[in-house]
Design a binder for this molecule. Structure first.
Ligand SMILES: Nc1ncnc2c1ncn2[C@@H]1O[C@H](COP(=O)(O)OP(=O)(O)OP(=O)(O)O)[C@@H](O)[C@H]1O
Length: 271
């Protein structure tokens, strides 16, 4: 089987849609020790279940903002309010999962054991965690690769394991930091398609950092364009595109127009 062959998606029946976390970013500023200002007065209200792309020039502060939302870093001023809060979140679902630019798989563990890792760390018993990891790997098209090891996989397959590892916890908020940036266009497009299907089926809020304006317009229901560092919001746009995103949409005039609008905002922000 080709690593990119779309497998019939096995629905994740145990997760009901809904249940995404609302994210309120209130006047967030971040200045690092030494005086580097990375984020300046960002105000965003993100509805539960929204799919939001964050775009901006390299080094503008997107990752910093995502890390603050995740609680991995703190704001210098302002605050991020998650609702429900991670403490109130439902026990059967993790509040937050984070996907990095690199897959960061453990080379000595099989694909299945990599995907099951967060469940193992949470103390779930072996049979249940393996069942859940199997289910999610099948969902991202890796059902036939569970016994393989990371070194035997392509870059796109490794990213899919990383995505499955984040999704096994059934997060209510999924944060992705330029996850497909190192992949070729075709693989990236396929993974975008799988991610959108997963978002629609799993019921979670998604914040997706990318450099690619076309990826942002195709994937997200709302695109935030940031200025060069320190990141300020230049544009907050809901692309006027059909909810059902298809591969054919990428060559349509309406899509090109959306990318153009984002591109102009990016230029304005840098002026
Ligand atoms: N821990 C840190 N200490 C000091 N400066 C930092 C730290 N982390 C990030 N920065 C600086 O903050 C700025 C924003 O970095 P950040 O990684 O958030 O940008 P980005 O928009 O995600 O970049 P890219 O798109 O290239 O990944 C950069 O100038 C970076 O050097």
């Amino acid at each position: 089987m080709s690593s990119l062959a779309p497998e019939p998606a096995s629905p994740v029946t145990t997760v009901s849609p809904g249940g995404g976390i609302a994210v309120r970013i209130e006047q967030v500023h971040k200045t690092f020790p030494g005086g580097v200002a990375a984020v300046e007065g960002v105000d965003l209200d993100i509805a539960p279940g929204a799919f939001v792309a964050l775009v901006g020039p390299s080094g503008c502060g997107k990752s910093t903002l995502l890390r603050i939302v995740a609680g991995l870093d703190s704001a210098t001023r302002g605050r991020v309010v998650l609702s429900p809060s991670p403490e109130q979140a439902h026990a059967s679902r993790a509040p937050i999962a984070y996907v990095f630019q690199d897959a960061h798989l453990l080379p000595w563990r099989s694909v299945l054991d990599n995907a099951a890792l967060p469940l193992e760390l949470s103390g779930m018993d072996r049979t249940e965690r393996r069942t859940r990891a199997h289910e999610m790997l099948a969902h991202v098209g890796l059902g036939d690769f569970t016994t393989r090891y990371p070194a035997e996989l392509s870059g796109g397959m490794r990213m899919r394991v990383s995505l499955a590892r984040a999704l096994v916890t059934r997060p209510r908020l999924l944060l992705l930091d330029e996850p497909f940036g190192a992949l070729d266009e075709l693989t990236r497009g396929r993974l975008d398609e799988q991610l959108r299907v997963l978002w629609q089926e799993l019921g979670m809020t998604v914040l997706f950092v990318t450099h690619s304006l076309s990826e942002a317009a195709w994937l997200a229901e709302r695109v935030i364009v940031f200025s060069p560092r320190p990141a300020r919001v230049v544009l907050d746009r809901t692309p006027e595109l059909p909810r059902q995103r298809t591969a054919a949409l990428r060559v349509e005039a309406a899509f090109a127009r959306e990318v153009q609008i984002l591109s102009e905002a990016l230029e304005r922000g840098g002026a």
